[in-house]
Write a protein that binds this ligand. Sequence first.
Ligand code: GLA
Length: 390
Amino acid sequence: METKQLLSGFKEVFGKDGERVFFSPGRINLIGEHTDYNGGKVFPCAITMGTYAVVSMREDQSVAAYSANFPDDGIMHFDLTNIAYKKADKWTNYLKGMTQYIQENYGSLPNGFNIYINGNIPNGASLSSSASLELLTGVVIREVFHLDIEQLDLVKLGMKTENEFMGLNSGILDQFAVGMAKKSHAMLLDTNTLEYEQVPVDLPEHKILIMNSMTRRELVDSEYNLRRSQCEEALEQLQTVLEISSLGELSEQEFEENKHVIGEDVLVRRAKHAVYENKRTERAADALKSGDLKTFGQLMNESHTSLHEDYEVTVKETDLLVKLAWKQPGVVGARMTGGGFGGCCIAIVEQDAVENFIEQVEKAYEEEIGHPGEVYIAETADGTKEWDLV
Ligand code: GLA
């Protein structure tokens, strides 16, 4: 998106000039799904699809927020001295949560601000539009009020906004990816210790494609919270025989030797996914480091199968996209990405095969599902930051 376009959008809405411009990316997770609340590894990168903000200061205590993605909402306001979650406040709740937690930790802000938001991450597409907005708000506030806050602390406040303000018991994957990313790299993050490594994603002859199913199931949040509590239940039962504090500490063999203590079959399958996916993620990062894309792709495929069979977070649309991808020439691997229940899948495809891939997958998907899906080429990006105006 052009800075000029953003600044003129701001002026049209607020009737004056915007002062500063910020960008916060979305993310894809290459592998390591539903491991982040199980003390496991994840391997995401940020993408150039993201959320932009133009900001100017106000003299009163109000935050005035406008989103070009929800023009019907008009300018929404909230008061810095009285912030609480309200369903009717829709997307501004993400801004409210971040603002509130920053004030709680770093002191009351002296005055409010105007913020114009414009994003190109499709909503509900499992590309972290909400984490993108959370980190955007955090970085805006830090920069315009000159606060001394580490990026990692904003990441944590973003997760807190999700967990405590919005009520989704998600892990740290999304906020970490959005906040800490480095262009041309994926982060191998240990969600137990928050240690991480930036691994170059150097694919001169391949592209990473995002396949959007353009569907999202109802009840995603409650299904998500249920998966998390099932893993916790399985862990508790394993703790009767093993000294562990998360499923991420187990090898596949230790899991197989002890899984009989988990009562229900469904809990065994949930825990199995968490344990195996964690190990797959470690192997996948090693494979990428040594240039073994073939192994990386196979691990992506196994990840999808496990999310389908054991974790049961895929739906017919995402299963179809992955199945179609697997059939195309030049495909290295494909899987769903993000929380599941619709949203997006990713595929790594040989550059020369990309055009044909997009055509074939889009055509076959629409024929079978009855509405179109969309395929985009993903480009990696840096984490949330201010943009130079020159
Ligand atoms: C959502 C959550 C993340 C993570 C993924 C699944 O994106 O917000 O914390 O659990 O699902 O890997």
